[in-house]
Write a protein that binds this ligand. Sequence first.
Ligand code: GDP
Ligand code: IMO
Ligand code: MG
Length: 433
Amino acid sequence: MDSKSGRLDRVNRVVVGCQWGDEGKGKVVDLLSREADIVARFQGGNNAGHTIVIEGVRVILHLIPSGIMHPGKICVIGNGVVLDPYVFKEELETLEKLGIDYVDRIFISAATNLIMPYHRVMDGIEETGRGKQDLGTTKRGIGPAYQDKVRRTGIRLADIFSDQRLKDKLEMQKTLKAHWLGRLPDDREVDFDKIYQDMVGFREILAPMMTDVSKMLYDAYKANMVILYEGAQGAMLDVDLGTYPFATSSNTTAGGALTGLGIGPRMIDEVVGIVKAYTTRVGAGPFPTEQENETGEKLREIGGEYGATTRRPRRTGWLDMVQLRHAIRISGVDKIALTKLDVLDTFDEIKVATHYRYQGKKIENFPMDLCAISDCRPQYRAFPGWKATTSGITSYDDLPEKAREYIDYICTELDVKLLLLSTGPAREQTVLV
Ligand code: GDP
Ligand code: IMO
Ligand code: MG
């Protein structure tokens, strides 16, 4: 940090969630965008809900990078994202209503796979088909769109600009999806002719935005522009290294930025992990420190823990160092942004799981075997609450001593530096360290 200006260094940062999503990435990316020229989303789709609060106005972005709230910053959507053009258009309309000028500021990779209406339908059918083993997806068609990408039958942005290619690809989709779409309730149908017309209709909006993102970012980097890479979801939802199968369909970890944008590792200077001061999770799957009790309800109510995308109540629990050690390692996190500290202001006691007990043994690393996780018993250390308001404090030294003890413990234990602290949803409710 530059101590004279109170501003953070201008370096190329990747920002990733370190838990199960909703750590406050939107707020932090908005804040860090000040020191960047370009903000680039590299994975996920509109399963994400990134909240930004500016002068009392709350904006939830699902696809467009959170840098859009800073006039003049360039926003980029990479090939690793799955983009629903219907939702994207709505999001542009939201920006228009807010008076945000996005013209010549948003660019999308020609290789970005599109989420089609049949993907949304399939997401619902798949969830029903999983029965008791359902994942609790956002039902936005994310999984099915990534399935088509990996199956090499997906429709990419560039495809919609050729009449014949689009027709051929939709025809193939109609054949491939017949098995699925035959299972729809009578009153619902997927009209492929309408999809074709809709895609043709989207050309006007999307044509000026389509570009070679990899080349664009490389040139910007070479010209000493600063890039901020914005992740969605969180480490534990990573399709490879998270709590599979209770995960999303993309690589949410720092590595996802490389393949999701077509950049090399040297284009990243610093990995920033967002850590919420406690833990939440939406959807099904293991959550060792979950508190299904009054404590959990208190965290939910004070923290306003209701999904930004689906409005579902989020599951809540204590901070989990076993889970966080894993998240920090798999993304190579250098610094953390600790968010929602204020939510703990009124607690008498704050607990942190330091390790688990598994089959009579102490374990400190998160098991990759789902069955093992359910047999792990978190072991807690209790910290005395600071019982004072932290919102509005702007200097680390002014924080209550007990809050500093809690923060110091987290950073020491995880062997990371603290970049910033967030003590409320607004930009100014931040302590730059
Ligand atoms: P994201 O998906 O990681 O961007 O996080 P979400 O936007 O889904 O959820 C975070 C929620 O917490 C939003 O409602 C934010 O406005 C809010 N928020 C972010 N930082 C803070 C904080 O430090 N304190 C409080 N009380 N709320 C915060
Ligand atoms: P942000 O970026 C929290 C969860 C869903 C479900 C699982 C799979 O706002 O942090 P999907 O629709 O992706 O197939 O659902 O992943 N999930 C999220 N949870 N925050 C998110 O995004 C999420 N995106 C997906 O609830 O459990
Ligand atoms: Mg969210």
